[in-house]
Design a protein around this ligand. Structure first.
Ligand SMILES: N[C@@H](CCC(=O)N[C@@H](CS)C(=O)NCC(=O)O)C(=O)O
Length: 208
């Protein structure tokens, strides 16, 4: 049994979506990052940077931090969405999400959504970078059904919850035809709908 220690954020939703997709039984343990629960010593033992998400695989007592590493682990364990023959390309799109798409859109959230008016430089910089990311993803998806090729993989699962915050981004998802097509296709998956509603409160995926 997998225990998912998380909060209801894009990084957290990556893992609940993956667990729903692979059909593993899992237990949700909420970590309230607004109340600094991520800094508790017992949590730091399994998450050295004091971040969610973390999983504990109770089948072998293995704990993992970093959402990309968790997706790879679950992909390997389940044999789904991380095909051996495609790992070289999947890893590139997954690492691109981890190192670029997520952190940059995260900064855009900080300046544009949570703290508007505090830094003109920060707002402009991350708005521009995020707009570039939409265009770069759209370009890729104009020649490929999914990010790493014709198959839906953990690279898509990692990227989707970030684009699902598009209403916060104010970039206009609909202006990006291929990204919208990809977004709608993934949004329609039953496991994605379930995993997106991480807290089981009926949270809906935002429409494009
Ligand atoms: N690279 C990490 C990033 C995780 C991350 O930034 N988690 C945020 C929530 S989305 C967090 O735990 N924030 C609490 C904090 O920084 O104190 C991953 O993908 O797992």
């Amino acid at each position: 049994m997998i225990e998912l220690l998380t909060a209801n954020t894009p990084n957290g939703k990556k893992i609940s979506i993956m667990l729903e997709e692979i059909g593993f039984v899992y237990k949700l343990t909420k970590i309230n990052i607004n109340k600094d629960e991520q800094f508790k010593p017992e949590f730091k033992k399994i998450s050295p940077f004091c971040k969610i998400p973390v999983i504990i695989d109770h089948d072998n007592n293995q704990s993992l931090f970093e959402s990309g590493a968790i997706l790879m682990y679950l992909g390997e364990k389940s044999g789904k969405f991380y095909h051996k023959n495609s790992r070289t390309i999947i890893n590139q799109w997954l690492m691109g999400q981890m190192a670029y798409v997520g952190p940059m859109l995260g900064q855009h959230h900080q300046f544009h959504h949570y703290n508007p008016g505090k830094s003109q430089f920060g707002e402009k910089r991350y708005f521009e970078i995020s707009t570039r990311i939409y265009k770069e993803l759209d370009d890729r998806l104009s020649v490929s059904r999914f990010l790493s090729g014709s198959e839906y993989t953990i690279a898509d699962i990692a990227t989707f919850p970030w684009i699902a915050r598009h209403e916060w981004h104010d970039i206009g998802l609909k202006r990006y035809k291929h990204l919208t097509r990809w977004y709608e296709e993934i949004s329609s998956r039953e496991a994605v709908k379930k995993g997106f509603d991480l807290l089981k409160k009926g949270e809906q995926i935002p429409k494009p």
